[in-house]
Design a protein around this ligand. Sequence first.
Ligand code: SF4
Ligand code: SF4
Length: 177
Amino acid sequence: MQALTNRAKEVDRRQMTFLESIYLWNIFKGMIVTFKHLFKKRPTIQYPEQQRTFSPVFRGLHVLNRDEEGRERCTACGLCAVACPAEAITMEAAERLPGEENLYREEKYAARYEINMLRCIFCGLCEEACPKDAIYLSETFAPANYNRRGFVYGKQDLLIPNPKTEAPELAKAKGIH
Ligand code: SF4
Ligand code: SF4
């Protein structure tokens, strides 16, 4: 039968020698491998004290964007949800009322917007699909949690701080200290 890969190895079925049957030689060989690792550079990163540098194309946690006046950009068109291959995005649209022009940029906005981070594969298609520059994937990732519900991020978790009323929080979110 033709092999699919070249990784197949033939099993060695010959009789073990005395030295092999007492396993000391194999233990010794194993210890040499272990000992060699003492002098190698450690690949483990001591997170969270130590942070690794991300690739320039890293796609992390989503952020719902605001415009320069602090208004929510999202118009609840649903294109991000349609583009999402993992069906991780759900939303409910609402009409902007008179007097809410300072809160929402468009006449329609997302009254509820949720992303299930356990479903998300961080492909970035939602960001590509958005016609309003309302969602982008940042350079942070979802922190660990003890329950599944904690990974369903609502609008309050995703919205970027308001540049007008929450300037220090915005600077912190952007990594400017
Ligand atoms: S990054 Fe991909 S999988 Fe995650 S919400 Fe956006 S489109 Fe869906
Ligand atoms: S984030 Fe963008 S694509 Fe998604 S509903 Fe809002 S405006 Fe539409």
